[in-house]
Design a protein around this ligand. Structure first.
Ligand SMILES: Cc1cc2nc3c(=O)[nH]c(=O)nc-3n(C[C@H](O)[C@H](O)[C@H](O)COP(=O)(O)O)c2cc1C
Length: 200
């Protein structure tokens, strides 16, 4: 385990290194953070796969079904947070910001093009996520239950595919240690992260 960061600058670098590293590291707990939003006035949380995180710590990307309740609720600018805990490093990270769901942008097209056929399969379900059904069904067509779609077959899913972009305005870091925990928060002001130690 690397030495604990001692300065706010080092903490910010640690936060960004953890999030950006988690995009490609399937074994990192931060690869599948809890994404929270508000649906009909109630808190709503779910696990999502982190697809991209920028090196300046301001933007995060996820993929989702455009028909899902969260996609409708977040739409363009609703508050969203990310929460992850790296149990090995004993570091909890939180991101707060606003979400934007895109279905038609160049970024959405690029994300769809880069998606594996096995990932595209999720978007071929007949019904919107959360639809009440009589049996425990996935909603996928029978012929795709046991295999990924071909590229041609997958294209029908594009209409249901969306990206969730999160524009971060606050980053939080909490480190648990046996000799006292440490916590810091960063606010994005005038295009810079401004850090502050806070009590754990
Ligand atoms: C390991 C794991 C990864 C998941 N990844 C995603 C994802 O990338 N995008 C997504 O929309 N849902 C993902 N889900 C499903 C969500 O947690 C959730 O059940 C679904 O999106 C419906 O959420 P909603 O009703 O709040 O819209 C994942 C679930 C698990 C357990």
């Amino acid at each position: 385990m690397s030495a604990a960061p001692e300065t706010l600058e080092a903490v910010l670098a640690d936060i960004i290194r953890r999030w950006t590293g988690a995009v490609k590291d399937r074994h990192s707990a931060l690869h599948t953070p809890v994404v929270s939003s508000v649906i009909d006035g109630c808190p709503a949380s779910r696990i999502m796969v982190l697809r991209a995180a920028t090196a300046d710590g301001t933007a995060f990307r996820f993929h989702t079904d455009a028909r899902s309740p969260k996609a409708h609720a977040i739409s363009n600018g609703a508050p969203v947070s990310l929460l992850g805990y790296d149990a090995q490093a004993r570091v909890q990270l939180i991101v707060r910001g606003k979400g934007r769901v895109e279905t038609e942008s160049a970024a959405t097209d690029a994300a769809w093009q880069a998606s594996a056929l096995s990932s595209r399969r999720c978007y071929l379900a007949a019904h919107a996520p959360g639809t009440e059904v009589d049996d425990a069904i996935s909603g996928l067509p029978d012929h795709l239950l046991a295999r990924a779609p071909t590229a041609d077959e997958s294209e029908a899913g594009r209409a249901n595919f969306a990206i969730l972009q999160i524009e971060a305005s606050e980053l939080e870091w909490l480190l648990l240690t046996s000799c006292g925990n440490k916590r810091a928060v960063f606010h994005y002001v005038n295009e810079k992260w401004q850090g502050q130690w806070i009590t754990p």
